[in-house]
Design a protein around this ligand. Structure first.
Ligand code: ADP
Ligand code: MG
Length: 487
């Protein structure tokens, strides 16, 4: 089979990502945007395009789009107009989609990720623009009709368009994962591809290595998971290479990929002159983004994953893997940050979050923000271990489960109730040692005559008495002290 390597070709990919913004209401109407409602329940007169109705822009939509732009280092367009993109489709009641044509809200910028070999890749963005979603056509199997659900019509979207800077299908998946991470961090989209709140089209072409012109591109549509995007690109590469090796030409077209059969089908050939008759929407006034507004938006932004990760690396001395894990989601990152405000043991804190807490979250299907155990409480346990009062194993196996049940008892009293606190009370230990010495007078004599190896045997007895909880260092000193006393 032909491969990129065997033909000395390279892959070229550009992504178009649609992210549904998680505003309460639609972009130009007050209808709710909740996913999964009964069909056609969130459809007011504006969504239905009744005559005489006028759109009114939801300010939050612009704010969310700007947040994404700032996160990606884009230039923010100060003067925005909206355009009608005219086309006919049953799920589009107005007969046009309101979108940004000449004035996308964000220009330039890019997404930084690590490629498959750890190398840094910067994928430039062409633009991010705001638009409205269309409704959904449902084609019941075996029926001769189509149903239309307009709940989604008018739900706000941003479309993030990358330059064709991606060279591997794995990197396309990484870029998409990063986009999802950023929108989730910003809280502007839930990033759920299965429910369609994030959708991705991949534009794919191939060219001989060294060539400086791009090949004809094929647009792959309707993929609903990151894994599927990667599979579809791989499949499309093979298809294109096969055509080339057979001397055939590649047609610019839109194709859809079926992950079950692993085959793709042509949906339509790309018409170069698709006439959407764009023109400015007369019922919406232009939107000006003022300096004050932009500043206010900047101030409201959380620290982004990339910055967080670098801070975790530098400030807390974590490893690359730990820093990545802890900056992967906002919930985890804020839990960790609060935790380390109570303990200086950054590494132990990281281990507790990545180990026991992550396990707990997975088992219970919780997100970190739902975990009831307060970071301050967990820090109490970490510090208790660090003070040598208890071992990690005891803490994890015995104290931690109790803490999850009862929040308001101190770690010290849980440990005490469970009889786990390591004995470092010298008086108590000394009495115990004296009792042991009385039990073995002959051994004490031998020790005093120079058989120092017997110390181990006394230590064993002491550990038996204290159920292993005596602090070994303190115990050794006390043993020596008592045994060497001349009676
Ligand atoms: P169109 O006019 O067909 O919409 P654009 O130039 O606007 O094409 O690009 C749309 C998307 O396709 C962008 O993500 C871009 O990076 C990508 N793209 C453009 N040309 C190519 C190519 N030759 N191969 C792969 N992707 C491409
Ligand atoms: Mg285009």
């Amino acid at each position: 089979m032909e491969s990129l390597q065997s033909m000395n070709y390279e892959l070229v990919v550009g992504l178009e990502v649609h992210a549904q913004l998680s505003t309460q209401s639609k972009i130009y109407a007050s209808d709710a945007t909740i996913f999964g409602c009964e069909p056609n329940t969130n459809i007011g007169v504006i969504t239905l395009a009744h005559p005489g109705t006028m759109p009114k822009l939801n300010k939050k939509v612009i704010e969310y789009a700007i947040k994404m732009g700032l996160a990606c280092g884009c230039e923010i367009t100060r003067y925005n107009i909206f355009c009608r993109k005219n086309y006919f489709y049953p799920d589009l009641p107005k007969g046009y989609q309101l979108t940004q044509d000449k004035t996308p809200i964000c220009m330039g910028g890019g997404i930084r990720v690590n490629g498959q070999h750890g190398e840094e890749i910067y994928v430039r963005l062409n633009r991010i623009h705001v638009e409205e979603d269309a409704g959904k056509s449902l084609h019941p199997e075996g029926k001769a009709y189509t149903q239309v659900d307009l709940n989604r019509a008018g739900v706000p979207l941003i479309e993030i368009v990358t330059e064709p800077d991606i060279r591997h299908s794995a990197d396309a998946a990484t870029v998409l994962t990063e986009v999802r991470k950023i929108v989730r961090f910003l809280g502007i989209c839930d990033g759920n591809m299965e429910e369609g709140s994030m959708r991705c089209d991949a534009n794919v072409s191939v060219r001989p290595i060294g060539s400086d012109v791009y090949g004809k591109k094929v647009e792959l549509k309707n993929m609903n998971s990151i894994k599927q995007v990667r599979q579809a690109i791989d499949h499309e590469v093979s298809r294109q290479l096969k055509l080339i090796s057979e001397g055939k030409t590649i047609v610019s077209e839109t194709r859809t990929f079926d992950p079950v059969t692993g085959a793709s089908f042509s949906m339509r050939e790309k018409e170069d002159l698709n006439d959407y008759r764009y023109f400015p929407e007369p019922d919406l006034s232009p939107v000006r983004v003022t300096e004050e507004w932009l500043e206010a938006i900047k101030k409201s932004m959380p620290e982004l994953p990339d910055t967080l990760k670098r801070r975790f690396l530098n400030e807390f001395g974590l490893s690359e893997a730990d820093a990545s894990f802890l900056s992967d989601s906002r919930d985890v990152a804020s839990y960790y940050q609060e935790l380390v405000s109570f303990t200086k043991n950054y590494k132990a804190a990281a281990n507790w979050v990545m180990g026991p807490l992550q396990t707990l979250a997975n088992e219970k299907g919780l997100s970190f923000s739902d975990i009831e155990l307060k970071p301050g409480k967990l820090a109490e346990l970490i510090n208790f271990i660090d003070e040598g009062k208890i071992t990690y194993t005891m803490a994890y196996q015995q104290v931690f489960p109790v803490m999850l049940e009862k929040q308001n008892i101190s770690v010290a009293s849980i440990a005490k109730d469970l009889n786990l606190v390591i004995e470092s009370n010298t008086d108590a230990l000394k009495t115990l040692i004296q009792q042991i010495a009385c039990k073995y007078p002959d051994k004490v004599k031998e020790y005093r005559k120079g058989k120092k190896g017997l110390l181990g045997m006394f230590m064993g007895e002491l550990m038996k008495e204290t159920k292993g909880k005596a602090d070994p260092k303190i115990a050794t000193n006390l043993l020596k002290e008592v045994l060497e006393e001349t009676s």
